[in-house]
Every structure is written in C-alpha cells, then in structure tokens.
Design a protein around this ligand. Structure first.
Ligand code: AGV
Ligand code: CA
Length: 313
C-alpha cells in the first residue's frame, strides 16, 4: 500500500538524509516538505532540501515550505551549521540551478493546505520540533480528520535525555526541549502518535564500520551521498559525548518504509511544558496514549537504508 506522507524537518544531517530516503521509497508518496530552523539555519536547509529533491526526486514536483516558527530553547550553533555543509556538496550543485519550488506559504500554513487538498489521510513525519503542527492545529483544528497518524522523532522515558544545558535537569530529548509547549498542544489532540524516542535511536549510533561500508560502495552515487553526509558529524568511537551522532531521524523515516524493523508498545504519557524538566515526556496513567518505538533490529536497519540509497539497483 502506498502511503501519503508530509515531512517536516529541521535541516540536520539526518533530516536531509531522511528526505533523500523518503524520495527513494516506492511505497511512499511525498506530498510536501516543511523546514523549521531549529537544529539548522533556514536558508541552507531550504536550498539543500530543494536540491535533494531535484537530484534524487525522480522528477516529482514537491514543494518545500519555510517555517517562520520560533522555539523556546535554541540549539547549539555548531550543530545548526551542518545544513551549510550539505548544501555545499558538489553532488548537489552540479547543475548550478534549482528547479524545485519554494512555497509562498509558511510551513504551518503549507501543511494545512496539503492536508485540505489530499483526498485520503496523510501520515505526518516530524523529525524536528512539533511547532508547525501545533500552530496548524490551532489555526485549523479540522485538519485532524485528514491525518492518518503522526510519526515523531522525539521524547524519551529513559532517565537521561540528550539535553545538556544550563537550568535543565537533563531528562528531555532535544526536539521536545526546543518547544515543549508545542508538544503539549499535540498531546492534547487526538491524532494517533508513533513516538520514535531515544529508547530505539540509542541503538543506532553512527559507527566506523557503517561509514566504512558506505565508503567501500561509494561508486554508487546514492551511497556516496550517505557517506559524504555522515562524514560531517562525529561517530561513536571510544565513548559517547554530547556531540555523538545517532541515526535518530533516519530510523524514524525507515520505520515508515519498513515497519518490521522496529518494535512498538502502547504507553501513556504526559509532557512537562515548563520548568527544569521542560520537554520531558513521562509515563503516567493520566496521560495520552502513544505507540512507543522501543527497539530496532540494528543490522536490518542499516541494510535497509543502504539498499534503499542505491541508485544503480
Ligand atoms: O534529539 C535528536 C534530534 C534529531 O531530530 N536532533 C538531531 C536529529 O536530527 C537534535 C540533536 C541531539 N543531539 C544532537 C543533535 C547532536 N549531537 N548533534 C546534532 N543534533
Ligand atoms: Ca532533526
């Protein structure tokens, strides 16, 4: 079955790789893309997205919309720089021009428009903060009816999240921390949610063996693109640091193309909208239901994305 998908991403290396992989999925029909300047700067992330669709989108006409949303807690600048590196890759700049159109609408309004125009329900893939979805729901609550489900990379129920910032207790995941109130708005809706939380993404760090596999197959242009992108970010070598890179968003995207890679269970959760634990998702009987993705078959996951990336299949 072919799924209608709308992607909202925030321009990190694994966000842009996710866009590339979605374009390769035969069982996905990508209806539109929104870009939010959370873990990126907006301009290079917009250009990179449009160039990826040009280069790898098989001629499909997909619009990219820029978000004008703002968060509460900014991402570190060093991480936000990554979009500049992807945008500058020679592989994406061969033609010297961009065909894929930028929408005239801001991302949250673009999302509303795409949902209104779709004649069947749409799967939302959010691999950054939820701000644009929260704003869309506040502006046009009726769009809920045309949302099949939300698949979100965010949150965790582990003791340790991945936020290491002053005035925070470290329990949150970054996409939730950037705009905790947006998480609350989405939690208060009745949209079914698949949560690709740190429980599962912690199982897919970027490691040297994966990089070497891609290097050995770089004669394929799609694999070369993966290798070039993941050359920009630090792998897990001796021990995990705050900058260690995981395939957070790529796991989220892969779970759409192939749901057998992951295991899910139903949990109930609340979110902390403010204070020292802001952005923390917590198990609670009084909370809303979510499907927690808590495990992934690591080897099958890497095999899947590597095969998917290949252009000369
Ligand atoms: O918390 C994970 C989210 C994902 O959507 N992002 C990166 C992924 O795109 C934020 C993030 C957490 N740790 C990071 C992040 C790191 N070490 N480098 C860059 N971004
Ligand atoms: Ca992201």
């Amino acid at each position: 079955m072919i799924k209608n998908v709308y992607l909202n991403h925030d321009g990190g290396v694994d966000d842009l790789v996710s866009l590339f992989l979605l374009l390769q999925m035969k069982n996905v029909n990508l209806l539109g893309v929104g870009v939010i300047p959370a873990d990126c700067y907006l301009e290079p992330a917009m250009y990179a997205s449009r160039k990826i669709i040009d280069r790898f989108g098989n001629g499909e006409k997909i619009e990219v919309a820029a978000s004008n949303s703002r968060g509460k807690n900014p991402f570190p600048k060093d991480w936000r720089m990554h979009a500049f590196f992807v945008d500058a890759l020679p592989l994406l700049n061969e033609s010297g021009q961009i065909q894929t159109k930028e929408s005239e609408l801001p991302a949250h309004e673009h999302l509303i428009k795409v949902l209104r125009e779709s004649d069947s329900p749409v799967t939302l893939v959010f691999i950054g903060p939820l701000t644009d979805l929260a704003r869309a729901l506040q502006t046009a609550p009726e769009i809920e009816q045309n949302i099949e489900k939300l698949v979100w990379m965010g949150g965790t129920f582990l003791e340790n999240g991945n936020v290491e910032e002053p005035e925070h207790d470290g329990t949150a995941e970054w996409n939730a921390f950037w705009d905790p109130e947006a998480v609350k708005v989405v939690w208060d809706s009745s949209i079914p949610i698949d949560l690709v939380a740190l429980e599962s993404t912690n199982m897919v760090p970027l490691t040297l063996d994966v990089r070497n596999t891609w290097a050995s197959q770089r004669q394929d242009i799609g694999i070369d693109f993966l290798g070039q992108c993941y050359a920009m970010v630090p792998p897990l070598v001796h021990f995990q640091t705050n900058s260690t890179y995981f395939l957070w968003d790529v796991l989220t995207t892969a779970s759409i193309g192939n749901s057998e890679l992951v295991k899910k269970k139903q949990v109930k959760s609340i979110v902390h909208p403010s204070g020292a634990s802001q952005g923390r998702t917590e198990l609670s009987e009084n909370g809303r239901e979510v499907e927690l993705v808590y495990e992934v078959d690591r080897d099958s996951f890497f095999d899947y994305i590597t095969e998917l990336a290949k252009q000369n299949k």
